[in-house]
Design a protein around this ligand. Structure first.
Ligand code: SF4
Length: 226
């Protein structure tokens, strides 16, 4: 395929977003939460773990631990046991307690609302920070998880493997008010259609906009139906 202009790529992204919005009208963040603090904890737990598994753990967890002080009020072994099934529980328990200590010491126990403050917390990277900002305060941010990485590369919207570079490549390709939609729609697409080991290209609503479709179907689809 000839090198695609930035303008053409931006047009393709608009078409992809519009099509996926129709295909997945219920797309939303996969983690269950009722407050920014709950989403922050759930997102820390979701590292190397499915949202479904985290959602099985958090109802009891959030009933037991309502504030940052609650997480610091138990021995770390107790917290480890409470989050055990999400994997990497020692690391996660340590991060959660360290994060809660910082929330109390530096932010009056509240979740901060800027990217810089959020990423200064233990266990919180850009992915977690953008997830909290976009889903709690509708502050635009692209959350680069495994689905967004894999599918953005399949769609030839980035060639990067580094999450920050991918985030910046994608930011250039769409208006700010569509960044949050990109997260939800691409994650839904990755779960339901463009599944990592067996993408269902023949059922894919954006096959006309995907340069990688031919790898699965044996023919190039991009532009085929325009
Ligand atoms: S055409 Fe195939 S590879 Fe491309 S986005 Fe759709 S499912 Fe994924």
């Amino acid at each position: 395929m000839a090198r695609e202009s930035l303008q053409r790529k931006r047009e393709r992204v608009v078409a992809i977003l519009d099509t996926l919005a129709e295909a997945y009208p219920d797309a939303r963040v996969g983690l269950d939460f009722t407050t920014p603090f709950e989403l922050l904890i759930a997102t820390i737990l979701s590292a190397q773990c499915t949202d479904e598994r985290v959602n099985q753990v958090t109802p009891l967890l959030f009933a037991k631990y309502r504030t940052p002080r609650d997480y610091l009020g138990v021995p770390i072994e107790e917290l480890e046991a409470d989050i055990h099934s999400t994997g990497f529980y020692r690391n996660k328990a340590r991060n959660i307690q360290a994060c809660c200590r910082e929330l109390i010491d530096r932010f009056d126990g509240e979740v901060p609302t800027t990217l810089d403050d959020l990423v200064s917390l233990p266990g919180v990277g850009r992915k977690t920070a953008n997830c909290v900002l976009s889903n709690c305060w509708n502050i635009p941010g692209i959350t680069v998880d495994t689905h967004v990485t894999r599918i953005s590369r399949l769609l030839a919207l980035t060639t990067a493997t580094d999450a920050v570079k991918i985030e910046h490549d994608l930011m250039k390709l769409m208006e700010r008010d569509r960044w949050n939609s990109w997260n939800h729609l691409i994650i839904s697409h990755g779960r339901r259609t463009c599944i990592a080991r067996r993408p269902k290209c023949d059922l894919c609503p954006i096959i006309d906009h995907c340069p990688s479709a031919h790898r699965q179907t044996g023919k190039s689809h991009i532009g085929a139906r325009r």
